[in-house]
Design a protein. Structure first.
Length: 64
């Protein structure tokens, strides 16, 4: 599928979104909320992996 790029301002996008019927708008809001939660959790999880890069944490790389 070809990738389509639109040159729209945030205001234009907002105007289009607010034209949606209420049910579709609520579905879109839920989708955005889920995506925002996923991004927040991924960002938080990344901090845990940084510990593995510290000196002395190479025990995870040891072969059995």
């Amino acid at each position: 599928m070809p990738k389509v790029t639109l040159d729209m301002s945030m205001e234009e996008i907002k105007d289009l979104v607010f034209q949606l019927p209420p049910r579709e708008l609520l579905t879109l809001v839920d989708t955005f909320d889920e995506r925002a939660e996923t991004i927040a959790m991924m960002t938080l999880a990344e901090t845990g992996f940084r510990e593995w890069l510290e000196e002395g944490e190479d025990i995870y790389d040891a072969e059995a």
